[in-house]
Design a binder for this molecule. Sequence first.
Ligand code: TGC
Ligand code: FAD
Length: 394
Amino acid sequence: MDNNRTLGQRLDDFYGLEQQLSSEETQIRDAVRRFVDAEVRPHAGEWWQAGTFPTDLIPKLAELGVFGPTLPEQYGGLELSPIAYGLMMQELERGDSGLRSFASVQSGLAMYAIYRYGSEEQKTRYLPEMARGHIIGCFGLTEPDAGSDPAAMRSVAKSVPGGVKITGVKRWITNGNLAKIAIVWAKDDTGTIRGYIVRTDAMGFAAKHITTKASMRMSVTSELYLDEVFVPEDHILPLSRGLGSPLGCLTQARYGIAWGTVGAALDCLNEAALYAKSRIAFGKPIAATQLIQERLVDMLSLTVDMQLKALQLGRLYETGVMRYPHVSLAKRDNARAALVVARMAREILGGNGISVDYGPIRHMANLETVDTYEGTYEVHTLIVGRDLVEENAF
Ligand code: TGC
Ligand code: FAD
């Protein structure tokens, strides 16, 4: 038996992957973990039930460097490795998927869109302020009638003197009601999808909070209405052209999800194992029964698979050979595996498992969203399938 390590250490790192991380990576992970343990986990159930996002944490999240951490310093980033970024997402999602979503959208979607497709002036103007958390961004791709198939979007950007006027509706937009700027994707006069930086205080722009969610309740999700919203020329993302531009941003956020879901699974595994050791039934801890041990080992096995996939994806990323089907496989499998782990944890907690006094039911409900957004399980299956056999089955 590995008696030198605590139960938490054995569960978190069964395969000794810690040794493959640099000291900078473990320090960053531990800093985010301490923050989440102290400031998020004790209140997560309450916030989730109330359906509120803790906006007072935004400056602290900025101080931790979770907004745009891989970007160059000149734009407010920390120039961290993709693995350090992944570990940050893991620790945020150990707290709640909604917290990780907040950071994913700010970094992987809104900031990345400006960094990758923006002008130098747009980058200098927006990125440092976004890294400080002074400007929150959202990313509007999905529409009421165009989710898995964003090419079917109806939003249009009509040319007018000095810029464009955008009209359309975007649905299910994370951070929509918190954002000062929205990265909106719309078709120009030629039918080409382009990205636009839209100020949310612009005339004709409205965000409506979606309040009926039974999942991701700590995250703010909105519908965006754009009625001839004027966007000046200098707020069009000059390098964006075609569906590949928003999809390029999704690759970044999906990468973060592949890591983040490991955090949700670890939280569930830890809580279930601790509970099983202290819960007495038939005169002994339920952890001393074969069926509970089998369940815990099944959860561990799925979690180790997730960790291995996330780490190898990080290695592919840092060596410059990561392709988007690699990301799809990891997003698809890790979101689904975390959902299975959360459900098993909920079961081990018995009746208590359905209460948000414990993490698993909250993670489980959140992970239903994670399994769906950023491309559903089916969409990622078809992306990987197409890559394998070079046949389009959409
Ligand atoms: P298709 O022909 O496959 O692609 C069009 C062009 O885009 C390129 N491409 C990508 N580039 C970078 N990264 C990717 N992931 C890419 N996927 C495709 C592709 O090479 C092509 O380039 P080119 O130069 O040949 O034109 O386009 P399609 O219309 O067949 O659709 C493909 C499909 C279905 C895979 C795509 O539309 C898709 O991924 N659908 C899912 C939509 C989705 O994931 N939406 C997410 C919205 S954002 C969100 O959910 C945020 S939640 C955030 C949070 O809270 O954490
Ligand atoms: P649909 O595309 O209508 O799919 C319905 C079902 O059909 C799914 O099971 C799907 O897998 C299946 N299906 C579709 N096509 C096929 C096919 N060819 N073969 C087999 N099955 C298929 N979007 C943003 O742009 N920005 C955000 O910030 C954002 N945040 C979100 C936050 C939350 C809480 C949620 C729930 C969603 C968010 N989304 C966001 C939207 C999300 O990306 C979409 O919901 C998702 O891409 C699926 O689109 P849809 O809901 O329209 O489902």
